[in-house]
Design a protein around this ligand. Structure first.
Ligand code: NAD
Ligand code: LMR
Length: 329
């Protein structure tokens, strides 16, 4: 049977994450090995030539699933008929830039992209924001797309989730596949809270297996939360292949579902669960079935976790206030 190709729009396509991402999308890893794709690459005008170079390389791979590549600097063209939007391109913080300047510069990117999604994307559009500050950029794009259901706008915390899986696996001496039900709460920033209290290690409660609150507070949490900065320090550039990998994981799970007895972390609009104010795009534990995610309900939150979730949520609220004051939402 011939399937209709899925239109996947990638912004910042000529950047480092774009380079690590596009070939994996074209090979079928984003949506499935039997799903044909058409790629739309959005870049700023000066980077169009580099995007063309990447497209030449994509052609040279002769991917059987890749049914077309369009390159543009116009968001309205890039999102026309888009089924999946991967919003990677963002304005990095440069020397002397204040946080407000960064939010304002990103507003100039994510507001028009949100509007283009609102006006031109397919009815089933799903959006993943990778570009930082990812949660608040997702909020800006979502606010500019009032006709698209809010839950279609998500922010990436799957990289943090994957980082936490490996750190816990190393500590407990198991393979990552033996760890289930780990959660990242809050913002994709240094305030995020990787929570092992509901996680299991080879079927046993992870916090009990670890039994070391000092390691948790002074090693595990800061290692996961500051891993992005540690990669920048080591590589001289921010994480790219692991970020692309997490974007693939995020969309694959959103489309194909979570495994029985496990969940993943996604930055999604809060419905008020766990005391996170409604509408904030915050990371939660979610299960996915039939293309729809649901927040895992009924988890008991102890005082250790509560304080950390609240701190990250407070930061998200401050970011929301800042973009509100700038008229971006
Ligand atoms: N959420 C996460 O876990 C996570 C992880 C790693 C990196 N990031 C973020 O992802 C973003 C991209 O990282 P990178 O390493 O690929 O950066 P990069 O600088 O290599 O590439 C970014 C690309 O975006 C393009 N761009 C800028 N403005 C654009 C616009 N308006 N429309 C389309 N394209 C535009 C640039 O021309 C550039 O090619 C950064 O904000 C980074 O901080 C997020
Ligand atoms: O780009 C960054 O600031 C870091 C990135 O978000 C990461 O988590 O690796």
């Amino acid at each position: 049977m011939t399937r209709t190709p899925v239109n996947v729009t990638v912004t910042g396509a000529a950047g480092q994450i774009g380079y690590a991402l596009l070939f994996r999308i074209a090979s079928g890893q984003l949506l499935g090995a039997d799903v044909p794709v058409k790629l739309r690459l959005l870049e700023i005008t000066p980077a169009l030539k580099a995007a063309e170079g990447t497209a030449m390389e994509l052609d040279d791979c002769a991917f059987p699933l890749l049914q077309g590549i369009d390159i543009t600097d116009d968001p309205n063209v890039a999102f026309d008929g888009a089924n999946v939007g991967l919003l990677v391109g963002a304005r990095p913080r440069t020397k002397g830039m204040e946080r407000g300047d960064l939010l304002e510069a990103n507003g100039g990117i994510f507001k028009p992209q949100g509007k283009a999604i609102n006006d031109h994307a397919a009815d089933d559009i799903r959006v993943l924001v990778v570009g930082n500050p990812a949660n608040t950029n997702a909020l800006i794009a979502q606010a500019a797309a009032p006709d698209v259901p809010a839950e279609r706008f998500t922010a990436m915390t799957r990289l943090d989730h994957n980082r936490a899986l490996t750190q816990l696996a190393k500590k407990t001496g198991v393979q990552v596949s033996e760890i289930k039900k780990l959660t990242i709460w809050g913002n994709h920033s240094a305030t995020q809270y990787p929570d092992i209290f509901h996680a299991t290690v080879a079927g046993k409660n992870a916090a009990e297996v670890v039994n070391d609150e000092q390691w948790l507070a002074e090693d595990f949490i800061p290692t996961v939360a500051k891993r992005g900065a540690a990669i920048i320090e080591a590589r001289g550039a921010s994480s790219a292949a692991s970020a692309a990998n997490a974007a693939i994981d995020h969309v694959y799970t959103w489309t194909n579902g979570t495994a029985e007895g496990d969940w993943v972390s996604m930055g999604i609009p809060s419905d008020g669960s766990y005391g996170v104010p409604e509408g904030l795009i915050s990371s939660f534990p979610v299960t996915v079935k039939d293309g729809k995610y649901e927040i895992v309900q009924g988890l008991e939150i102890n005082d250790f976790s509560r304080a950390r979730i609240d701190a990250s949520v407070k930061e998200l609220e401050e970011e929301r206030e800042a973009v509100r004051a700038l008229g971006l939402i």
